[in-house]
Every structure is written in C-alpha cells, then in structure tokens.
Design a protein around this ligand. Structure first.
Ligand code: PLP
Length: 437
C-alpha cells in the first residue's frame, strides 16, 4: 500500500474502481478524502470541502472530535472486542446512558452493528411481542438494505431484482406537505388518519390481513428532509396505542442532536415503543442500538446477538459523543445554525429555482424546481450538474427526495457561521451554473 503522499488522485480512483463494489452506476467519481477537521474535509490534492453529508450523517460532532478520539484510543488500549456472552464497561455505560436520555419507559438496549440491522431487530421484536406479522411503513421511507428493512424501505431502485422481500409490509402516505394534494392545515392531517383507515380496512388503496404488529416511521424522512406537520406523530402515537400496535421510530439519522433535540421524538413529546439507532450512536465507529421497554425486551429471547454488537471501542466512542453533545449543548447549537442556514438558503439567487427550504435543526433539505408555480422538479441531469458544481465550489452535498430534486444539507452540528456562509454561497454559485447552462 502506498502512503497517501505518494499516490495521485488518478491512481487512487482507478484502484477504487478496480477493487471496490459501490453498487451504483452513473454517479460522479468519489472524492478521495484523506483528512477531516470539524465540518471540513480535505482531499488528496489538498482541496477543502464543507461536508454537508457529515460522513453520511454520522459525524454530528464533526470530523476528528478530540474527546471521541481519546475515548477510542484509551479503550483500544484496554480491550476492543469480546464475545457478547461477556460484557464490557463501555457497553454497560452506553446502555445505561441510553436508558437515561431516551424518553419514557425506554430502558433496555439491544446492540447491533448498523441501522438496517437495528430495524430488522425492531421488526422481529414487534412480531414476537404482538404475535402478529404485518408492518405499516411510509412512502419514501428508508430503513436499510437487508431484506426485512428493505421491505419497509420504499425506493423501487433499491428493491428491484432482489425480491421476494419480507412479506407483510403495507404502505401508508408520507407527510410530504409541499406536494400533498390536501393543503395543511385544512387537510386535517389525512396522512395520520390514513393509518387508522388502514387498520379499519377503510383505506383508499391498501388493505391488511388484520395482523398489524407495528408502524415504522422516521420522525423526519432522511430522503428529502421531509418534516411532518406538528400534529402528525402525536396522532400516530395515539392511533397505535388505541389499536394495540407498536410504534417503531427509526431515529438512525435524526438522533443525537441532528434535529435540535437529542432525539427528534422529543420535539413532539412522542415516546415510541421501540427506538432504533445507528450512525451517531457509535461516534463514527459502526454500531447500532435498539432501545425498548422492559416488557418488549423480556419477550425478545432470540437466541443470540450479532458478533460485533456492543463492540467496546464503538461503545466508548458513542458514550464520549453523547457526553460531548450534552456538555457542550450541541443540540441547541444545531437548532440555531439550522435557522441560520434556512434563512440564508431561502434567499439564494436565482430564487425562482428554490421551491422549498426546510430545516428541523440541522436536518435540512432544499427542493429545486424549474417553475415555482407548477413545482416541476429539477431533472436528474440538472441535479447532477448542481451537485458537481457545488463540489467544485467546495461543498459536499447529497441529492435525494421522492423526486430526486432535493439537496440534503446536514453538516456537522459544530459548523461555524463562517462555514455556513460558505455553504450558502457555494450552493448559490452552483445554482447559477445550472441557471446559465
Ligand atoms: C433513517 C435510516 N434508517 C436506516 C438506515 C440504514 O442504516 P445503515 O446504512 O447503517 O444500515 C439509514 C441509513 O441511511 C437511515 O437513514
């Protein structure tokens, strides 16, 4: 292996193509990142970028967080991995911390190694606890790529050619107010009421076998930053309770300060029966967790656990991350910087292409349209050009959304105002490139 100084970007990218399976096509070359610091990452040629993807929405404290690195090194010097038939102090302390900071009766943690695995485990827990097998999931949902979570994920491109997937997923509408035919608040939150209609077999376009175990929802949909109206989650919670169905909240992406609270569900005072976590829970080291009640945990006697679940280094990193988030009041900072970015991005020019800018804390999405009245979305080609132009202006940002016309703006929660200004101006300059193309 060549040290980074002696390998060129061209050679590195060729080796990347030769040896790494990326499972996608027709996207721009990856950027070879060699180091990061806070909201900034640097490539092999020394170019700097603001990372609005936070390492795929993991690095909430930013890149190279001192206290987390210290915790990782100290733990790695003691013990890295044990069998889950033994235990370690970081695994115990992180589970205790999660019991303390998650709402209501959530108090028991089952460790996994990723978000998809957390959702698989949550679905199994719900099935075992209720003795039922159907799961209600939303349109535009992303819950992971393994065959159970993938069944709850809605994107056709991820699902095609690998079926049949887990049986029994029933689809409900998502809370896409910007393109909903029923306008808020006159809609009377039809999207939540539809879940009850599904349970009563009165839904417009779907039915169940009257065997629903749970509803699984991301409090804010990661694909497109789709924020529900304030009534939505409390209504869904109430419906689930009334019908004896479990509510699984997938906070793989929204937890740990991202939406301006430690957990997004706090924003609406909603407590799920099962909370799924990954990404930030390991402070950048792969880890997942399912946090649930004693009653549900007691029935989840499922023989064993994944090999690397509760890895000691990952738990130590996660614990240091949570402690830092709390000590430095980072969720409040996310709230403030989210508002700052929302205001700045709402005023970029040419404004006729900015359909909607939505932020909850630092979970942001900008929806680009060719016409504000018709809301005609930017094409795939325009979005590819926009993303490439943003990269050339020093901004790493990902494209998403039900129509593929949304920039996800989710930088580390520690982003400074000066860096946020660079994001606003970088995206504005990129938009001008597309406007003049
Ligand atoms: C909301 C949500 N759930 C689940 C997942 C899957 O997590 P992982 O990629 O760690 O399996 C993701 C990943 O992006 C996610 O955003």
């Amino acid at each position: 292996m060549e040290p980074s100084e002696t390998i060129t970007t061209q050679v590195a990218l060729q080796k990347d193509r030769d040896y790494i399976v990326r499972a996608w096509d027709s996207v721009a070359e990856p950027t070879v990142i060699v180091e990061g610091d806070g909201a900034v990452v640097r490539d092999l040629d020394g170019r700097e970028y603001i990372d609005c993807s936070s390492g795929l929405f993991v690095m909430n404290l930013g890149h190279r967080p001192d206290k987390v690195i210290r915790a990782i090194c100290e733990q790695a010097n003691r013990v890295i991995q044990v069998s889950m038939r033994q235990t370690t102090l970081p695994a115990i302390h992180l589970a205790e911390m999660l019991a303390k900071i998650t709402p209501g009766p959530l108090c028991k943690t089952y460790y996994t190694t990723s978000g998809t695995e957390s959702n698989e485990a949550a679905i199994k827990m719900a099935k075992i606890f209720t003795g039922k097998y159907e799961i209600i999931a939303l349109k535009n949902a992303y819950h992971g790529l393994t065959l159970g979570s993938l069944a709850a994920t809605s994107s056709a491109s991820y699902r095609s050619k690998v079926g049949p997937l887990m049986y029994g997923v029933v689809r409900a509408p998502n809370t896409y107010c910007y393109r909903c035919p029923f306008s808020y608040p006159a809609c009377d939150i039809k999207c939540a009421r539809e879940i009850e209609a599904i349970l009563k077999d009165e839904a417009w376009s779907t039915c169940t076998e009257k065997n629903v175990a749970a509803v699984i929802i991301e409090p804010v949909q990661g694909a497109g930053g789709i924020i529900p109206p304030p009534e939505y989650l409390p209504m869904v919670r109430e419906i689930c309770t009334r019908y004896g169905i479990l509510l699984i909240l997938d906070e793989v992406q929204t937890a740990f300060g991202r939406t301006g609270r430690m957990f997004a569900c706090e924003r609406w005072n909603v407590t799920p029966d099962i909370l799924t976590l990954a990404k930030g829970v390991g402070g950048g080291i792969p880890l997942g967790a399912v946090v649930t009640t004693s009653e549900i945990a007691a029935k989840f006697i499922h023989a064993t656990t994944p090999t690397s679940s509760g890895n000691a280094v990952a738990c130590a990193a996660g614990l240091a991350t949570i402690q830092t988030l709390m000590e430095e009041n980072i969720p409040a900072r996310a709230e403030e910087m989210g508002q700052y970015l929302k205001e700045g991005l709402s005023n970029i020019e040419p404004s006729e292409y900015v359909g909607e800018v939505r932020f909850l804390g630092l979970m942001g999405g900008i929806e680009f349209v060719t016409d504000k009245k018709t809301r005609e979305p930017f094409s795939k080609k325009q979005m590819a050009l926009l993303k490439q132009a943003a990269l050339e202006h020093g901004i790493i940002v990902s494209t998403s959304g039900p129509l593929g016309n949304v920039f996800r703006v989710q930088p580390p929660l520690t982003i400074t105002k000066e860096q946020a200004d660079r994001v606003i101006s970088g995206i504005e300059q990129a938009l001008r490139v597309v406007a003049s193309a």
